[in-house]
Design a protein. Structure first.
Length: 525
């Protein structure tokens, strides 16, 4: 069945991709495409008796869930990460389709299998199309070529003949000439280069579909699941010295945190700094410190020569101690970020960092548990689980709606609202903005800022509705649909905030005599 139907299925997938994505923004098209690909591959492999293992049904569920989230949300990073995890889990599913060997992979095995899948995507389609032997009962390839080549030669010879007769007939009959012109105009022959590129991309998608199915057929049934072993090359003393030196450095830093940062404003002022300038900086650098510490631990854990039980216990102690210090540093980073958010409000970057710290902390704690259990190979799947948890968290909290809630809560407590920042958020933010705009809990100036931001968002969505790249059904997005519905329901109250243009053509709203810019580039902060 695979030999007979894989090529037609792959070509169909290429056509489906062209219909769903060519010159169209991603929307409902992505989950539809993923489901079609999964269903086609499943039934084709099932016809050969190849079915996914029970553990891999979890992967299938996660692939579909993440794909659906890209249709529900509009926050850029949330969707990018959802796309990436969807494709990553699809590759893992193909490589371990029947044996679910990924549950036992270490980090290096994942890297090895990644190159294996990449090679399979390149090699298997060529092998299948041109070199794979045909089953009995099929026509010999040489016989097929001998039958097809005369037809191709005949078509090639017919082209100039048809061209001459078409020109003569068009000159003889005005109606026939009109029909020929209409046909040429509908084909838009001036776009032949674009059609060629479109066809190449569709064939590339079909090519990759063949590769994925063949990877699942060939590699996904392997019973060998041993880890890829990396031979230790670094002496235990050298590695322990590195860990000890880093622990000393971290201990000094942690001691300073307890003396100054965690103890409040008095000690900091004695050191010559204000609490605000000391506490509100450095959270990003401390996140990187935690990430690099985790990477260093894994590299040393793999590279060290551990020859005795005593050395293993000592290494475990050093790792647990270093992770404990790193967790304190991470707490310092989280507290600094919280103070920064309290002072200046929430932004996308701060929100991403906020939840990334939490999942990084869980990963560090998991590293300690795995080290104590002597299961370091499970670290790769721990990273995968933490990454999945982080992406699902971003999807579930709805990042842009979360930012609106937090910043308006600050405004309700008398703090300044950066209403202009609300114009930079996606459609995810609009229902929450409209709800707060209709609330009586805010003073007039706050409600005016929200109203101006809603007017700007309405102008953006109106412009997108006229864009052929975004207004066709494959680009349908639930967040955009909900936002447009909310804006329509509040059209009367929003209409008082008229969109004007400044001297440079920028869209603005006039608020109390001041220009409120709709599309100001605020930056990624």
């Amino acid at each position: 069945m695979i030999k007979k139907y894989l090529l037609p299925l792959a070509l169909l997938i290429g056509i489906v991709w062209d219909v769903l994505f060519w010159k169209k923004a991603p929307g409902i098209s992505f989950p539809v495409f993923i489901v079609i690909c999964l269903a086609g591959a499943f039934f084709l492999l099932r016809s050969e008796g190849i079915i996914p293992s029970k553990a891999n049904f979890l992967l299938v569920g996660l692939i579909v869930l993440l794909a659906v989230f890209t249709f529900i949300r509009k926050d850029p990073l949330t969707n990018i990460l959802s796309y990436m995890l969807t494709l990553l889990f699809t590759a893992i599913l193909a490589a371990t389709y029947h044996n679910s060997a990924w549950t036992h992979y270490n980090l290096f095995k994942y890297v090895q299998e990644g190159f294996t899948v990449l090679g399979g995507l390149i090699v298997f389609p060529w092998k299948f199309i041109f070199f794979e032997s045909k089953s009995s009962g099929e026509v010999n390839p040489a016989q097929k070529r001998s039958a097809i080549l005369p037809i191709l030669r005949g078509l090639l010879l017919a082209v100039p003949v048809l061209l001459v007769f078409t020109l003569l007939l068009s000159s003889a009959d005005m109606v026939f000439s009109q029909r020929v012109e209409g046909l040429l105009q509908s084909f838009r022959i001036e776009n032949i280069g674009e059609y060629f590129g479109q066809g190449i991309l569709a064939l590339l998608i079909a090519f990759m579909m063949i590769g994925l199915v063949k990877v699942a057929e060939v590699y996904g049934q392997k019973t060998e699941t041993s880890d890829l072993a990396v031979k230790p090359f670094l002496g235990f003393t050298e590695g322990a010295t590195v860990l000890s030196a880093v622990m000393v450095l971290f201990s000094v830093f942690v001691a300073i945190q307890f003396r100054y940062f965690f103890s409040g404003e008095l000690n900091i002022s004695q050191a010559g700094f204000t609490y605000a300038e000391y506490a509100r900086r450095g959270f990003g650098e401390l996140i990187w410190v935690a990430v690099f510490s985790l990477l260093m631990i894994q590299v040393l854990r793999t590279a060290l020569k551990i020859e005795t039980p005593k050395q293993r216990k000592l290494l475990t102690g050093l790792i647990v101690g270093l992770v404990a210090l790193t967790l304190v540093i991470l707490v310092s980073s989280y507290q600094r970020l919280s103070l920064y958010e309290s002072a200046y409000g929430f932004s996308r970057l701060r929100t991403y960092s906020h939840f990334f710290i939490l999942w990084l902390g869980l990963l560090l704690a998991g590293t300690v548990v795995l080290e104590i259990m002597n299961q370091p190979r499970a670290f790769a799947n721990a990273v995968l689980a933490a990454s999945l948890g982080f992406v699902l968290t971003l999807n579930l909290i709805n990042v842009d709606a979360f930012i609106v809630r937090q910043n308006l809560n600050r405004a309700e407590q008398g703090m300044e609202l950066d209403a202009q920042y609300l114009t930079t958020l996606s459609s995810d933010a609009i229902p929450g903005m409209a709800e707060e705009f209709n609330s009586e809990a805010y003073p007039a100036d706050i409600r005016s800022g929200i109203g101006a931001a809603l007017a700007c968002q309405n102008e953006r969505l109106t412009s997108e509705a006229q864009d052929s790249y975004r207004n066709r059904w494959p680009s349908f997005n639930l967040a955009d649909w909900k936002a447009r519905k909310v804006l329509d329901d509040n059209r009367t109250s929003i209409s008082q905030y008229q969109i004007l243009s400044d001297d440079y053509g920028n869209a603005i709203v006039m608020l109390d005599g001041e220009e409120f810019y709709c599309h100001l580039n605020i930056g990624f902060d």
